[in-house]
Design a protein around this ligand. Sequence first.
Ligand code: F6P
Length: 320
Amino acid sequence: MAIAIMCSGGDSAGMNPAIKTFVDRALVLGEIPYLIYDGLEGIIDNQIKLATHEDVGGIVHKGGTILRSSRSKRFFEYAYREKAYQNLQDLEIDKVVVLGGDGSFRAFGQFYKDFGINFIGIPATIDNDIFGTDYCLGVDTALNVIRVAIDQIRDTASSFRRAFVVETMGRDCGYLALVSSVTSGAEVCIIPELSYDLESLGKRLQAEISEGRIYTLCIVSEGAKATNEIAKWIQDDVGMQARVTILGHTQRGGNPTVYDRLMAFKFARMAVDKLLASDQVHDVVVHKDSEFDFVSIEYINSGKYEIDPELLQLADRMVR
Ligand code: F6P
């Protein structure tokens, strides 16, 4: 029997080092590794290839994923999952490592229920929103992309006495915006997890402006859906000229940081070893309270990720 690896959902930095580790480890252990291209769509369309060392040479430093990814609607239909299963059967693949987010793990949970295809999920999404793990691959790189952007925005903001409203990704989760606000010393942080009081924030900012403040940084997560509202408030109520920068998909790119490479190696090696040691497995490898562990897909799906309250506290001064 053989093992395979694939990516699903939004790509994130760290996927490539994880793919390399998977292939290297499988070959060292005498296993037959396959690469599934184009995510869940690729299993349906049989985009599956035997892996060699050459396929994964020189990829450790690259962002994105050499396997490409997809958000598949077809995989939610049984008939397409059956087709996908048949493709794996033809190559005698019964174990798969899945790099992705909770949506991808849910899809594979269903695949496991349908056909018993064993899998280990590796949390990989810049959103850092997967229940059961403190860290998802790609988050550190995304935070560093945001840090560079904010540092550059600060240069022009201070040159023009302007306020900048910077929107970060994260879907419904404010993690990227929160950590970026704290670590860039922003004045305002707007995320779904924290209520905010524009009246008191406005009074504070106006007082600071009269005491010499020349620029303001407001970090808003996309999930707060408040970017334009905040820009209008700064301009109309606070009285500082405002500009909006939506960082968008730049946050998904970039060479993986050292931390993401190291986490990728650890996650992937654990995933391969566990997969090979188990007859029946449908788990996710997690990093919780600084320890690596495996939890079931049922557990991952049973709750909603919540940001560490201590981290949230650090944004106190940026919401009121
Ligand atoms: O889940 C990762 C993510 O980048 C989110 O932060 C964002 O909301 C979404 O994917 C964007 O999706 P797409 O790349 O399909 O536009």
